[in-house]
Design a protein around this ligand. Structure first.
Ligand code: PA5
Length: 442
């Protein structure tokens, strides 16, 4: 379903360097699968493709209700609580139309901009609205504020009990402010398992409910992830392409590359790149280490960042993600006048041109000193996206372990929160507030 190749990076490392990583990879695999590595309390994601069927049927049932009654589903969440569902829904959706038998899925609570929420309400007049608020901790500020506003709006629109029947909370089984609000108001709740971190949670109700409500098959998504699980549970580097990707990144990092650019040629993969950036950025960027994960969308960005990639500082490598089989395509038509000089392309399809752009760019970037590896997804459907998710998650866990960090925590995310609480006057942060205000230039 997914292939990983290093054909265009061969000039940048010796075969023995790669092969010699076999032992380290095997050790990382053993640590992960025996739960002896760092972050062992957060390995529940490994088994999600084969998880609890009862919870899955509840998800599908609620999704059917949403599909039947809602024009719009607002998904409230930040980080791992929205990026996965947004990525999958974009990858599977028509570029311009939602599915006819499903609501439009929109997102809130992933930033603090007031204009956005006000304009969202403007757009919801006369629409039937459901809300899925997601927060594993139940205490994250951005979604909590968005939810307070949206809850108020829903209650004004539908009354307290009407709103309660349209709000679904996905959160911890027992603790957190969101769980308390959900219980007090009688919302339907779904559980984020304790042993699954936010950025590894797309195959829990966090991702599955919005994806199913958008009209996509979560069974097929999980089937794909299940077959990937089988494939990527192999301990050997030579047999496991997810581990090969992890090993390659590690090798590039050891050779001084500091940035990994995920380059896609398919606009439907834009949000997959956002999800991928969070997965790798939050998992690896710690202890003053880690590749910086960035993304480019070609050929669009060949007219912006392309210049830098070709000739700028040589501290990056590129992972090109492509889709093999397109379901739709357009053929370039004949023109009598050939005024635009494009007759040499007559009869070729747009995807063929895109492919040549990809091959041409790949070779140019290699010539420019940028190692390129390729990940190819056979097609964009639920099963392949499910497999891709598992491919990246497994690679991330192994790559983080090889780097010597705990891939499953995110202590650095706390720093800005503490400062924000202090500046906003939250109780208990008075001393910090004084210190920060002294440092802020007025
Ligand atoms: O991966 C993570 O753990 C984080 O990115 C979280 O998903 C993010 O901070 C949101 O947290 P929560 O779901 O607790 O609101």
């Amino acid at each position: 379903m997914i292939t990983f190749t290093t054909n265009y990076a061969k000039d940048f490392f010796e075969t023995h360097e790669f092969e010699q990583m076999e032992l380290a990879v095997k050790t990382a695999h053993d640590q992960l699968h025996t739960g002896k590595g760092p972050g062992a309390d957060y390995l529940g994601w490994l088994d999600l493709p084969t998880a609890d069927k009862d919870e899955l049927s509840r998800v599908k049932q609620k999704a059917s209700e949403i599909k039947e009654h809602a024009d719009v589903l607002i998904v409230i969440g930040i980080g791992g609580s929205y990026l996965g569902s947004k990525a999958v829904i974009q990858a599977l959706s028509h570029s311009f139309m939602k599915k006819s038998d499903a609501p439009e899925v929109i997102f809130a609570g992933h930033h603090l901009n007031g204009e956005y929420i006000e304009e969202m309400f403007d757009a919801l007049h006369e629409k039937s609205v459901y809300v899925n608020v997601t927060s594993k901790s139940g205490t994250t500020t951005e979604p909590a504020i968005a939810f307070r506003l949206i809850k108020h709006w829903m209650e004004q629109r539908y009354g307290q009990s009407g709103a309660a029947s349209r709000i679904i909370a996905t959160t911890d089984a027992n603790k957190g402010a969101l769980k308390a609000v959900a219980d007090a108001n009688g919302y339907t709740c779904f559980v984020v398992p304790d042993d699954v971190g936010g950025r590894f949670s797309v195959l829990t109700p966090v991702g599955l409910l919005p994806i199913a409500a958008a009209g996509f098959s979560v069974d097929a998504l999980l089937d794909g992830a299940r077959s990937a699980k089988q494939q990527y549970d192999h301990p050997s580097l030579l047999e496991n392409e997810s581990y090969q990707y992890a090993a390659f990144r590690t090798l590039m990092y050891a050779k001084g590359k500091q940035i990994e650019l995920l380059a896609s040629y398919h606009p439907k993969l834009q949000q997959v790149s956002e999800w991928w950036k969070q997965l790798f950025g939050e998992s690896e960027g710690k202890d003053h280490k880690g590749l910086f994960p960035a993304s480019v969308h070609y050929t669009t960005d060949l007219h912006s960042l392309g210049q830098y990639v070709q000739e700028g500082r040589r501290h990056l490598f590129q992972t090109v993600i492509g889709v093999k089989e397109a379901t739709k395509d357009m053929t370039i038509p004949y023109s009598d006048s050939n005024e635009d000089g494009l007759d040499y392309l007559v009869g070729k399809s747009l995807n063929e041109v895109n492919e040549q752009a990809m091959d041409g760019t790949l070779l140019a970037h290699v010539d420019g000193g940028v190692p390129n590896v390729q990940i190819e997804v056979e097609q964009l459907d639920e099963a392949h996206i499910g497999a891709l998710i598992y491919f990246f998650e497994k690679a991330c866990a192994i790559s983080g372990t090889l780097l010597g960090v705990n891939p499953f925590d995110q202590p650095g995310v706390e720093s800005y929160k503490q400062n924000m609480f202090a500046l906003l006057g939250k109780e208990g942060f008075e001393e910090r507030r004084k210190q920060l205000q002294e440092r802020l230039l007025t």
